[in-house]
Structures are given as C-alpha cells and as structure tokens.
Design a protein around this ligand. Structure first.
Ligand code: HEM
Length: 484
C-alpha cells in the first residue's frame, strides 16, 4: 500500500515518533539483555543508537534517489539476513529470495502480518489486510474472484478502457501525471467495487481518501499529530458515505436486485456480514488498488521518457493495434494479449520501481533460519526491492531495461526473485488487474499524446515511492487523434 504525507507533518511525526520510541526501545534493550535472547543466535547486525536504532539512517537513505547503500552496506558486512533496529523495534531484514519465500509461505503458521498501529486503525479491523485465519482465506479468494483474468476479460476491461479514455480526453498542455493517474485508478476501483461511474460523489470521496492515506505513517496519537487527527475525521466521513451506499444496496438486494460487483457479492453471500464489516473491507480495497497502480502508471511513463528507444518500440506496438481498429473501438482481451513488449515494460517497471518494497511480518514463535534464530515476537522485513535490484539475480539490475524480459523470464537465476505482488496466502489479489490497467493506460497515452517533462522531477522512496513534484508533463495531442 501507498500513502502520502506533508513534509511538515512528517517532521512532526518523526519527532513524536522518536519520543514514543524511547519507551519501546527501552523495553527492547531490556529484552536484549535477557538471558533468553543471549542464548539465541540472532542474525548479525547493528542495533544503532540507543532508542532510535538505525531509523534515521534508513529514512535519510530512502529520501534520496539512491537508497540502496542502506541495505548494500549491511549485506556486505553481515550477509543477506541481518538485524537492525528501525521504527521502534529490532527488525530482521531478509534480502535473500529463499528466506523471503519461506516468510511468505509460512504466513499464519510461523509469521503473522504486522502493520503499524496508524494503518490498522485507519483501515478498520475487518479489512482484508488485517484479517487472519479462515476468514482471511475466504475473503482473499472472494477478492480474487472479482479481479481474476476472466472477470477482467468479460466485465472490467470495457470500463477500464472507457474510464481511461474519458480521463485522457480532458488533458491539455500541462498535467501532473501522478494526480491524473490517481484519479483514474480511484474511479476504476469505485466502479469495480460498487458500479459507480465518476461524478461529484466519487471525487469528494477521493478527497477524503487522500486525507486518510496521509495518516497512515503518522504516530497514531491524535493529541500529537494533526495529520492523524485529520485522517481519523476523514475516515469517519468515508465510512459514513460508504455505509449509506451499503444500506441502500442491502435493501435492493433484499428486494431481489443484484449488481455484479464486489459489493453485490458481499451482500449476497451466506456470511451475513454487518455494514461495518463491509465498509472496512471496501475501505481497504480502495486503498490497496489506488496508490499502488497510480504510482506504477506514473513511473512507467517516467522510465519510458528516460529510455527513448523503449518508448519508440512501445509506440510501434500500440500503433499496430490501433491501426486495426476504428477510432472509438475499445480494446478487447485479444488486444491486451497482443502486447508482448508492453508486458516487458510492465515487468521492468514493477521490478525497478518496487512500489511495495517489501513486507513486514512478526515471528509467532522462535524461528530457526539459516543457522540463526529469529526470536518470537520480533519483526521481520522481507525486502523485495533488495532482491529485484541485486546483480546476482538480474544483470545490470539497477538499469531500466525492458528488453531483459524478452527472451526469458528476465532473470539470471530463476525462482522467487521477482515478487512485486508478494506471495503465499497474501499474494496481491489485484496483480492481473494492475497489469491490465497499466497496459490500457499506456495504449491510450502513447497513441494519443506526445509529451515532455515540464520540470526535472526526482524519484524518492520515503515516505512512499513517488516523484517529488507529482511528475508534471507538457502534453500535445498527436496528429489524427481526436478527442472522443
Ligand atoms: C502495481 C500495483 C500493485 C502492487 C505493486 C501491489 C502489491 C501488493 C503486495 C506486495 C501485496 C502483499 C502484501 C503483504 O503480503 O503483506 C498486496 C496485497 C494486496 N493487494 Fe495489491 N498491489 C497492487 C495493486 C492492487 C490492486 C489493483 C488491488 C485491487 C484489487 C490490490 C489489492 C490488494 C489487497 C486487497 C491486498 C491484501 C491481500 C491480503 O492481505 O490477503 N492491489 N499488493
């Protein structure tokens, strides 16, 4: 998931965080000295300064265009499984594909998902991301059944195509690509979840959403953080707006009317979900699909702009598809399936951008691994980013090179090294949807517009992966491409 926050809010957050971490860290140091911990062979590492650990080094690395040294230096000193102390807790970092797989595959058995308190509070306790056990399994597969290939092919693709074209139609001169992409992905998700077309209601819901997401990485103490207070208020408004819809749809469903969307499926099932459960579920799905996909759209365009040969090849592929169609004709599944180079661009963007750079888990018991022990209760971070950008797994790993995916899986070694959507029982249910949305977006963008960056813009990775200026571009409608 992605989130945003203001710089001011962030520094406030960091200072409050530091105060709060004093307590947590003190407990940790007592724990470390405990005889149980001394007996265990912990993965090697450096716990950094008392109280703050290595948090400040991590943050300052991830606020630059090149955060890699934070992990590289520790891997060189300690190996691919190392201990550090970040965000108030001792944390074992794994940058080893096999260990990452072990972590993902043992979800709910040896490891539990673990989100910061702010995220859990704002998502709501019934969100898929926080569910566990059998209920999680059932809801995960329900979500999958609403975003799988055949549903996309038979139902969602036509709306994806239509809503993307509708948005692009309004573009002229200068646009902030990140903003536009967010609008598109929000509208697509609302349509998929509850069959609403874009309008004032969707836009005002989106504005509240932005505030909710800003609260994700604040300290969840309303007294200390204005951003968190604002986020809580916005969350209440979002919940009220969604509850109204749920109530209305429940009545319709009881009267035998059923819409073929996610809300329809939640209402029609035998589970007897309460309104609150359904609202939490919808809130989380909107968050999960919104920021991630819009960021990947923006970064694909940025990387292509900086790699003109790839952009030319991509344009040729899409012009060929467009040449076979009349102008207003929508893209069909067979068109999507005839975009081999686009799929290389999608893979490479996912690999280099690492929107979700890894996942946090918590050890449920003492876990022996690679000759060490991860103590029960400790946090673990499985870093996808470090694997994706490792030269042992991908040649010239830190260069955007979509052609690497052309003749093989794009990797030197094989399994487990490409995991932008995670894995195991929490594998992203939107993985195919995100790919289709990005492909259709690229199709309409390159066949309708040419563009140049309006300003130099930098990629940063903290608090989220994004460009600092929302990637402003000057667009020009291509000759022969009419507004629809
Ligand atoms: C480029 C776009 C996307 C990326 C990179 C991405 C990545 C991920 C990753 C890595 C996870 C696993 C988190 C974990 O294991 O803790 C995840 C989970 C999830 N994603 Fe996505 N995602 C994307 C788009 C979407 C979309 C479009 C949807 C909408 C259906 C979605 C819905 C979810 C949900 C509901 C979960 C939680 C699954 C669970 O905990 O069972 N994602 N995503």
């Amino acid at each position: 998931m992605q989130y945003t926050t203001t710089e001011g809010g962030l520094s406030m957050t960091v200072s409050v965080y530091l105060l709060c971490s004093i307590f947590v860290s003190s407990v940790f140091y007592i724990l470390l000295r405990s005889s149980r911990c001394r007996r265990l062979r912990l993965p090697p590492g450096n716990l950094g300064l008392p109280l703050v650990g290595e948090t400040l080094q991590l943050i300052s690395a991830y606020k630059t265009e090149n955060p890699e040294p934070f992990i590289d230096e520790r891997v060189n000193r300690f190996g691919t499984l190392f201990t550090t102390h970040v965000f108030g807790e001792p944390t074992v970092f794994s940058v080893d594909p096999e260990t990452n797989r072990f972590i993902l595959q043992n979800e709910g058995k040896l490891f539990d998902c673990s989100y910061p308190g702010s995220i859990s509070n704002l998502l709501g306790k019934h969100s898929l991301l926080l569910m566990k056990g059998n209920l999680h399994k059932r809801m995960h597969s329900l979500t999958m059944s609403f975003a799988n290939s055949s549903i996309i092919r038979d139902h969602l693709l036509v709306d994806i195509d239509r809503l993307i074209r509708l948005n692009l139609e309004s573009w002229s001169d200068r646009v902030f690509l990140m903003e536009e992409a967010k609008k598109i992905t929000f509208e697509l998700t609302v349509k998929q979840l509850m069959s609403f077309d874009p309008g004032e209601w969707t836009e005002s819901l989106r504005k509240e959403y932005v505030l909710v997401i800003e609260g994700f990485f604040t300290v969840p103490l309303p007294l200390f953080s204005t951003t968190y207070r604002r986020a809580i208020k916005a969350r209440t408004k979002v919940a009220e707006a969604l509850s109204l819809i749920v109530r209305q749809r429940r009545k319709e469903s009881e009267a035998g009317e059923r819409k073929n969307d996610m809300l329809g499926a939640l209402l029609a099932g035998d589970d007897g979900f309460s309104d609150e459960q359904i609202v939490d579920f919808l809130v989380a799905l909107l968050v999960a699909g919104y920021e991630t996909t819009s960021t990947i759209m923006t970064l694909a365009v940025k990387f292509l702009t900086e790699t003109p040969l790839a952009l030319t090849q991509l344009k040729e592929e899409h012009e060929e598809i467009r040449a076979k169609k009349s102008e207003p004709e929508t893209l069909g599944w067979s068109d999507y399936k005839s975009m081999p180079f686009t799929q290389c661009v999608v893979n490479e963007t996912l690999r280099v951008a690492n929107i979700i750079s890894g996942v946090f888990r918590r050890a449920m018991i003492d876990i022996p691994i690679k000759g060490y022990t991860i103590p029960k209760g400790w946090r673990v971070f499985a870093s996808f980013r470090a694997v994706h950008l490792n030269h042992d797994h991908f040649k010239d790993a830190r260069t955007f090179n979509p052609w690497r995916w052309q003749n093989n899986s794009g990797t030197i070694s094989t399994a487990n090294v490409f995991t932008p959507f995670g894995g195991g029982t929490r594998l992203c249910p939107g993985y195919e949807l995100a790919r289709v949305e990005l492909s259709v977006f690229l199709h309409h963008l390159v066949t309708r517009f040419s563009w140049v960056p309006a300003e130099e813009d930098k990629l940063v990775f903290f608090p989220t992966t994004r460009t600092q200026k929302r990637y402003p571009i000057n667009v020009q409608r291509r000759y022969g491409s009419q507004a629809m």
